[in-house]
Design a protein around this ligand. Structure first.
Ligand code: FE2
Length: 318
């Protein structure tokens, strides 16, 4: 695999307070170096014999490859982040910042503070879109260690000294201000509009229980906290519970094999939530049986372990 150089995205002569000399040096020397390293290490990886190469050599090469690839990608994003009027934040981006940070100003102050915190060291601050949560986040990373899995980078400021020393000496503050003045919001918004089309990671789907409604652990917790009357049934299989030592605080354990024996204890006036160990079959099946019997029953997605992972309270199970 041969990586190709990307043409300079911004027009250096249009920048406000950042000289073409700095951008040329940065593009040719630092971006170019990352791309050349990336191609060299990729070639080395492609020619080695994985069966006979020592583990530490492969580990080192893969680390070098990741750093060079990240440096390449981030530099391309950096040069595509400037070249506009940074003060004019378009409506779409302003609305997105207000939604995810409270306001444009709050986002700007956070982004700049993260950049300032890297001054004198080396690293990147990146504005990224996270499809899982459908929101924007600012990420700060030392060196090229940018690895927000699944985040889609939209805007990047390079905080290596090579990104400003020629023009600004050690005055990182002035460089950050100049960067902010030059943000190309049109380009950022184009990337944002592409990014929001990325589908979130696929959620767990249990087609066989598609007609049984679920409740999330957070929803159940909110119901409990609000004092909503709800009947919670821990329906973990008997063979499992013999070695379990905890149970959700508000739940009563009932044997899922013997629904007929305990169904009479439940009230049809109050909702029922059932769950099993991980939220797959048993909890769903039990909720399904109760629904067939006329109860307003749902299963708790993720089961016992999702409840615990979310910090839900448990008590000793005897
Ligand atoms: Fe750089």
């Amino acid at each position: 695999m041969q990586y190709h150089i990307a043409p300079l995205f911004c027009r250096p002569w249009t920048l406000n307070g950042i000289t073409p000399r700095l951008i040329e040096s940065h593009y040719e020397t630092n971006y170019g170096d990352a791309l050349r390293r990336l191609n060299a290490v990729t070639a080395e990886l492609e020619t080695l014999d994985p069966a006979t190469t020592p583990a530490e050599a492969i580990n080192r090469l893969k680390r070098d490859e990741a750093a060079a690839l990240n440096s390449t990608l981030l530099h391309e994003l950096y040069f595509a982040s400037i070249g506009g009027d940074g003060r004019a934040v378009p409506e779409t981006m302003a609305t997105a910042f207000a939604r995810d940070f409270g306001s444009v100003d709050r986002w700007r102050r956070e982004f700049m503070a993260l950049a300032r915190a890297l001054a004198g060291g080396s690293g990147w601050v990146v504005l990224a879109w996270v499809p899982r949560d459908g929101r924007l986040t600012n990420q700060s990373g030392a060196d090229h260690g940018q690895n927000l899995a699944g985040g889609i980078p939209l805007l990047a400021i390079d905080m290596y000294e090579h990104a400003y020393h020629l023009d600004f000496g050690s005055n990182a503050e002035a460089y950050i201000a100049a960067f902010m003045r030059n943000i190309d919001w049109k380009a950022v918004q184009d990337r944002y509009e592409d990014a929001v089309k990325a589908a979130p990671p696929r959620a767990l789907e249990q087609k066989e229980f598609g007609d049984v409604p679920a409740v999330s652990v957070e929803e159940l917790k909110a119901m409990i906290d609000a004092g909503t009357p709800v009947q919670i049934i821990d329906a973990r299989p008997r063979h499992y519970t013999t070695r379990a030592h905890d149970i959700m605080e508000h739940a009563a354990w009932r044997d899922p094999e013997r629904v007929d024996e305990w169904i009479g204890e439940l009230s049809k006036e109050k909702p029922v939530v059932t769950f099993c160990v991980y939220g797959f079959h048993i909890g769903c099946q039990t909720a399904g049986k109760l629904r067939n019997a006329g109860f307003d029953a749902r299963y708790m997605a993720g089961g016992h372990y999702a409840w615990k992972a979310a910090g839900g309270k448990v008590r000793l199970f005897e």
